[in-house]
Design a protein around this ligand. Structure first.
Ligand code: COI
Length: 351
């Protein structure tokens, strides 16, 4: 596939690695590719900068928009590798039809990711816990006010050198979570299984309310009864109950996390029994979970130290990260850095 490259004439200075945080800095280039009436144009790498978009674009009015998140790592050998880019590209292709959109062919999307990271390889940091986070987006760009699927889309990818996701957490510091027992993130038959921008818009209010009370995020329950746990913040959820690592089964209100899948695979490799089954509010409220943690690309593993059920506080593992969360975090980040063997072939060298 041909990719047209226009290099920036004013490269930016590299940020101080200690100040990276999450998503504050962006690399010198971005990838763009337009789709009109179902036909994709030649992708381009262009200087990072504002998009020119029709003010009547469907993404802006009707939320026909979705995104992805994946990372490139600089290994201990200094080489740059993308982690499971194919899984993210396939997830976008799978989710797009639910929003009446067409994503690029996954193999082509992966080529675009590689080309962008190759061009901006100097932006891939090397310090422990850092990476270059890629944010692919798919947005409806046709200027039209009728409520119907757009005939034009823009697929674009920006890249941000990142450190820890939670500003108060470095590595595995547990977070305090408020259990959301009124509002919901996703409902049966809805779009919760797609990485739709709207799912994040709908989560903001609860998260903001939780923050006012000193909590980092909320625990999302099912929309019908608020009896079953679904996700935690923007992440999939795991709990250690008895001698099992438990996670809710995928449904149309739970995102099929790439990190979720990776952790389940690594846990099984370690001989841990992994069970996908509904987790009830009452078992977490009764304190049966030895560990609770979130999993996602951004934070990798985020241990939960406290759950607040409308004022009833349940401490998890004494507010400390548990051994399974730690072991899985070390294994996955070790693979990503190249200090542990990549037995599943998840890393692909950026040439
Ligand atoms: C992730 O956990 O990787 C997410 O999807 C969060 C992201 C929206 C920042």
């Amino acid at each position: 596939m041909a990719i047209r490259i226009t290099r920036t004439s004013s490269p930016k200075p590299q940020p101080d690695v200690k100040k990276l945080g999450f998503g504050k800095f962006f690399s010198d280039h971005m990838a763009t590719c337009e789709c009109v009436d179902g036909k994709w144009a030649e992708p381009q790498l262009v200087p990072f900068g504002p998009l020119s978009i029709d003010p009547a674009a469907g993404a802006l009015h009707y939320g026909q928009a979705m995104f992805e998140g994946l990372k490139a790592f600089r290994g201990e050998d200094g080489k740059v590798r993308l982690f499971r880019a194919d899984a993210n590209a396939k997830r976008m292709a799978k989710g797009a039809p639910r929003l009446c959109m067409q994503a690029p062919d996954p193999a082509k999307a992966v080529e675009i990711f590689h080309a962008l990271v190759a061009l901006d390889r100097d932006w891939v940091p090397s310090a422990l816990g850092t990476s270059l986070y890629l944010r692919p987006n798919l947005i409806a760009t046709e200027g039209y006010l009728g409520v119907r699927p757009s005939t034009r889309y823009l697929f674009y990818v920006i890249a941000s050198p990142v450190g820890a996701y939670y500003s108060n957490a470095s590595g595995l510091e547990p977070v305090r979570i408020k259990v959301e027992l009124k509002l919901t993130r996703a409902a049966p038959g809805g779009i919760g299984a797609a990485k739709a921008a709207a799912n994040y818009a709908t989560s903001l209010y609860s998260a903001a309310e939780a923050k006012k009370e000193g909590y980092s995020q909320v625990l999302w329950m099912d929309a019908k009864e608020h009896a079953f746990v679904e996700e935690v913040g923007t992440m999939n959820l795991f709990a250690v109950i008895g001698d099992e690592l438990v996670t809710p089964p995928l449904s149309d209100s739970i995102l099929a996390g790439v990190t979720r899948d990776s952790l389940m695979t690594l846990a099984r490799d370690k001989g841990i029994k992994v069970v996908e089954r509904p987790i009830t509010r009452s078992e977490l409220e009764a304190g049966t979970a030895k560990e609770v943690f979130g999993s996602g690309t951004a934070a990798v593993v985020s241990p939960v130290g406290e759950l607040n059920f409308e004022g009833k506080k349940v401490m998890i593992n004494g507010g400390q990260p548990g051994p399974i969360a730690k072991a899985l975090y070390d294994e996955l980040t070790g693979i990503q850095r190249g200090s542990k063997p990549d037995t599943h072939g998840w890393l692909k060298l950026v040439e």
